[in-house]
Design a protein around this ligand. Structure first.
Ligand code: URA
Length: 211
């Protein structure tokens, strides 16, 4: 079997496991689990908090109002949404969109680590305080606040995957707050773009680069 086929099979197994997961109480109230979506060889992975209402209805990440803003932010730096892998730290909707509990975060951590291990992104963008704190913890970094962490590129290992990590505000928080929205746009056009482009700088040059 080709490597990409092995990866596809492992991914399908992971999605199926998430689909029948009962590791935390969120399975009792979810309509659909939301594993994530995007190419399995994506260079960029975006990690949000947890599915909201529209995501719970459709089984897809970031398809509600926050998702529309996210798509526009990606496009503002020349990234097509279908070229990035998008997921959340928690795969099932917490009732009334409350913050996920520590138990819920712990129950889902293995799934996120397997996603990162399969996709092996070069850049990981953390959307908001909940994803920021949780993934900083997985990377062994100290977390103080989203305001402190936002817009900083740090190179870390998550499992055995070396990534550039950048945190920013959650698009939902910026929907009705013009100041946050401006700062979110700045992070995309600044640190996030730089982290994503940095990858190109890492790639081995070929003859084509000199023609
Ligand atoms: N908010 C998130 O954190 N994730 C989604 O998928 C949708 C809204």
């Amino acid at each position: 079997m080709e490597d990409s086929e092995v990866k596809r099979k492992s991914y399908e197994k992971l999605v199926a496991e998430i689909g029948r997961c009962t590791r935390c109480p969120l399975h009792l109230s979810r309509r659909n689990p939301v594993p994530g979506e995007g190419p399995l060889d994506a260079d960029v992975m975006l990690i949000g908090e947890a599915p909201g209402r529209v995501e719970d209805e459709t089984g897809r990440p970031f398809v509600g109002p926050a998702g529309r803003l996210l798509t526009a932010l990606l496009e503002s730096i020349g990234l097509k949404r279908d070229r990035v892998y998008i997921t959340n730290v928690v795969k099932c909707r917490p009732p009334n969109n409350r913050d996920p509990s520590d138990e819920e975060l712990r129950a889902c951590t293995g799934y996120l680590l397997r996603q990162i291990g399969l996709v092996k992104p070069k850049t990981v963008v953390l959307l908001g305080r909940v994803a920021g704190r949780h993934v900083y913890g997985l990377a062994g970094l100290k977390w103080s606040s989203i305001r402190e962490a936002r817009g900083k590129i740090v190179t870390v290992s998550i499992g055995d995957v070396r990534v550039r990590l950048v945190a920013t505000f959650h698009p939902a928080a910026a929907l009705y707050n013009p100041t946050l929205r401006r700062e979110l746009e700045e992070d995309f056009k600044g640190a996030i773009r730089e982290a994503v482009l940095g990858e190109k700088g890492d790639k081995k040059k070929t003859l084509m680069d000199f023609m």
